[in-house]
Design a protein around this ligand. Structure first.
Ligand code: AMP
Ligand code: MG
Length: 316
């Protein structure tokens, strides 16, 4: 039986689901239900929609506590925990720095130092108070802004996968913009889904080569890359992932990948891993048992690959 495929455009990217099973009508209905979940989450979590719950929160929480839905509150608590665990490398308060470096809806620019200093003063999870007693969020000052860009797609993929499971789907693959992919079961007659990771290219025109093929079964994979959005200035590449600890775009790492059961966690932790790079690889990989990771660093046009539990092809 050929698989059923459904797709939608959400969170500025394409979400796609491939479903295997014997009842194409039921599979399609399950797939459409999962995509409806993604669209609902986009309406709630997108910074680029003035009507979203997160935009409402960002606009008001500096003036007083804002009550949020239990789902968003739980996601914010999870983001706070991942921030602590990653030593501040993953931080959803990074938005003022993302904007200052020109990456909020753009491809970046070199800001004057005083602007970076101003933005840094508005960044840090310590500026966000999450009150578990009444599900309210309060910012310690004006200018604090939450950006779920590094965790929202993974969260949406994970929630969509839950919709599929509840509908009885046992074999499917769902991805959001190819950066986060979650597997339900393996495909029929096979041991696992096989996901390709391309070698990040320094030359934009170069044809893609395969860096690794990652087998996935009941697990998620997220890839964070500088290639997605970056600019060059004086021979240095500045990417869209900012190190909240320094206020500057993460340097030296061009790609990071993480495999774990939860797509929310892989999304956040691949961003954290790209931020800390090879120097912080061990610390991130220790956070969860059985975590598989990949870090690609670049220096002087040469790529250096470090992997834990992922088989890598020779590059060069
Ligand atoms: P991802 O592609 O999942 O790695 O997410 C990258 C996006 O998350 C960026 O485009 C920014 O909007 C935001 N971001 C950048 N740096 C960080 C960081 N250190 N922690 C959390 N979010 C970040
Ligand atoms: Mg991420």
């Amino acid at each position: 039986m050929p698989p059923v495929t459904v797709a939608c455009h959400a969170m500025a990217t394409r979400f796609e689901i491939v479903l295997h099973g014997d009842n194409p009508i039921a599979l399609r209905a399950a797939g459409e239900g999962a995509l409806a979940q993604v669209e609902q989450l986009e309406a709630q979590l997108s910074l680029f929609r003035a009507s979203s719950e997160i935009s409402h929160l960002n606009a008001r929480a500096a003036r007083g506590p804002v009550r949020v839905t239990p789902g968003l509150f739980a996601l914010l608590l999870q983001a706070q925990k991942l921030c602590e665990e990653s030593g501040g490398a993953f931080d959803i308060t990074v938005a003022p720095l993302v904007r200052c470096w020109g990456f909020m809806g753009g491809d970046g620019r070199l800001p004057p130092p005083h602007e970076v200093a101003e933005a840094r003063a508005k960044v840090g999870m310590g500026l966000v108070h999450l009150n578990r007693a009444d599900f309210t969020v309060r910012f310690a000052r004006e200018g604090v802004m939450l950006d779920l860009g590094a965790i929202g797609k993974g969260y949406a993929v994970e929630r969509a996968a839950e919709v599929l499971r509840e509908a009885g789907v046992t074999s499917a693959l769902i991805h959001g913009g190819t950066s986060t992919v979650q597997a339900l079961g393996p495909p029929p007659g096979e041991a696992s889904w096989k996901i390709a990771i391309e070698t990040p290219s320094t030359a934009p025109a170069a044809s893609p080569t395969l860096l690794a093929t990652v087998p996935l079964k009941e697990e998620a994979l997220s890839v964070s890359g500088v290639q997605e959005s970056s600019f060059q200035e004086a021979g240095r590449t500045y990417g869209h992932i900012i190190d909240p600890r320094t206020g500057e775009p993460a340097i030296g790492t061009v790609l990071a990948a993480v495999v774990l059961p939860s797509a929310t966690e892989t999304d956040a932790l691949s961003t954290a891993l790209l931020t800390v790079g090879a120097a912080g690889h061990d610390a991130i990989a220790k956070l969860r048992p059985g975590m598989r990771t990949l870090v690609v660093s670049e220096s002087g046009g040469q790529l250096q690959v470090e992997a834990k539990g992922i088989e890598v092809r020779p590059v060069g």
